[in-house]
Write a protein that binds this ligand. Structure first.
Ligand SMILES: Cc1cc2nc3c(=O)[nH]c(=O)nc-3n(C[C@H](O)[C@H](O)[C@H](O)COP(=O)(O)OP(=O)(O)OC[C@H]3O[C@@H](n4cnc5c(N)ncnc54)[C@H](O)[C@@H]3O)c2cc1C
Length: 388
């Protein structure tokens, strides 16, 4: 059976659906070919089931890419306000949780339902459980499945990255890019918990569940948010954010007491220089169990001003060398991907292969934690959809 369309979109996730809606609304005959038995599985699990669908303070600086300018055009032409207008048109209740992050009040199902209903209005054809066997380019693109052939002059790859193989992530998009001669920036897991080296793990990981407000820094980037101790290492927003910038064997610096001077009181001679007093001071800044453990691991070498200053410095610069990350099984996103030099920043179309587009996470544009990855999916999807 042969199906002919104006555009074939591979992948019915955030980017693919947005692209389909924009193109369908402009009268294009669009098909979405999705491997899974339903659309948008990642949307459903996002934001703890409430989908952090955008961020009010979206700036190009909130994205990593070998070319930091690439995302600007698409982000400027489809903004958080555009997506919010869509959410409000569908009367979906939402709230700002923190730092401009917008979440559904009820469930991520609201966002997926909205996209599905917009697709239906735009007469988008959806093909689920579609196992793509081959993609070739004749006079048009031809996509073969076991029992059908799809043909269209435009092919949009929206198959996402490698994160969460359990729900169907594959290297399909990268393989297809390579097949057509496009360069890939080696992918790596981003927004992912870190595994501590053996020494630090045995020192701290029995405190799993304890969290603290920290500044994590690496590679010229820093994030002030919560850090969480896990059974194997560190997680929490500050660590997830910095993980996207970390590559082994770099170190990560953690300020455990941002903006505080814990030992300041000891300059006053009236404050007794004892471990108990020191512990009380640390417990005011850090959770009790972590404060005690930190002091056990880093007791002052003497009660001199110098030794106290050293302890202070150490506390603001805990330097860890993670043994690795929890990998794609736990990574919220895949960094790296199709090299942006290969694509038009305005339309996401390949410079080498006219009619071939890449959008969403498969492209070497990765957002910070906080709704930025969806904003990139919407913006890059809209950019391609408007060009079809
Ligand atoms: C647990 C978790 C929570 C997250 N929470 C948030 C959040 O709250 N806010 C935020 O901004 N970002 C969040 N993200 C990141 C965000 O989900 C992704 O960046 C975004 O979904 C990427 O959109 P995409 O359309 O490019 O890819 P995806 O949403 O991954 O969609 C790709 C689609 O392609 C399909 N596909 C794959 N291979 C094939 C193939 N061979 N043939 C056909 N179809 C195929 C997949 O089944 C999938 O439906 C989260 C990620 C995870 C893992």
């Amino acid at each position: 059976m042969i199906h002919s369309f104006d555009a074939l979109i591979l992948g019915g996730g955030a980017a693919g659906l947005m692209c389909a809606i924009e193109a369908g609304q402009r009268g294009r005959r669009v098909a979405v070919l999705e491997r899974a038995d339903r659309l948008g599985k990642k949307i459903l699990i996002s934001g703890g089931g409430r989908c952090n669908f955008t961020n009010l303070h979206c700036r190009p600086e909130d994205f990593l890419s070998a070319n930091p300018h690439f995302a600007k055009s698409a982000l400027a032409r489809y903004t958080p306000a555009d997506f919010i207008a869509l959410v409000e048109k569908h009367r979906i209740p939402y709230h700002e949780k923190t730092l401009g992050q917008l979440f559904c009040d009820r469930s991520a199902r609201d966002i997926l339902g909205m996209l599905e209903s917009e697709c239906a209005d735009a007469r988008v054809s959806i093909f689920l459980s579609t196992n793509i066997l081959k993609v070739i380019r004749e006079d048009v693109f031809v996509v073969r499945t076991a029992d059908a052939e799809f043909r269209a002059p435009a092919l949009i790859v929206a198959t996402g990255g490698l994160s969460i193989p359990k729900i169907g992530a594959t290297s399909f998009g990268y393989d297809l890019a390579r097949q057509f001669g496009l360069k890939i920036r080696d992918p790596w897991p981003g927004l992912v918990p870190l595994v501590l080296n053996t020494d630090d793990r045995s020192r701290f990981c029995d405190l799993a569940g304890v969290s603290a407000d920290v500044i994590a820094s690496c590679d010229g980037q820093e994030f002030r948010e919560k850090m969480l101790i896990t059974h194997r290492g560190l997680s929490g927003p500050a660590i997830l954010q910095i993980s996207s910038y970390w590559k082994s064997p770099q170190t990560i610096r953690i300020d455990l007491a941002p903006g505080q001077e814990i030992t300041a009181a000891f300059r006053d001679q009236a404050t007794p220089r004892t471990l108990d007093t020191l512990r009380t001071k640390f417990r005011k800044i850090l959770p009790n169990r972590f404060a005690d453990r930190w002091l056990d691991a880093n007791p002052p070498s003497a009660w001199t001003n110098q030794a106290l200053a050293d302890l202070e410095r150490q506390t603001h610069a805990w330097t860890i060398t993670p043994s690795g990350t929890e990998g794609y099984e736990k990574a919220e996103v895949t960094a790296g991907g199709v090299d942006t030099d290969e694509l038009s920043a305005k339309t996401m179309e390949s410079r080498k292969v006219p009619g071939l587009y890449f959008i969403g996470e498969v492209v070497d544009v990765t957002g910070h934690l906080g709704g930025f990855n969806f904003q990139w999916a919407w913006a890059s999807g809209a950019a391609a959809g408007r060009a079809l």
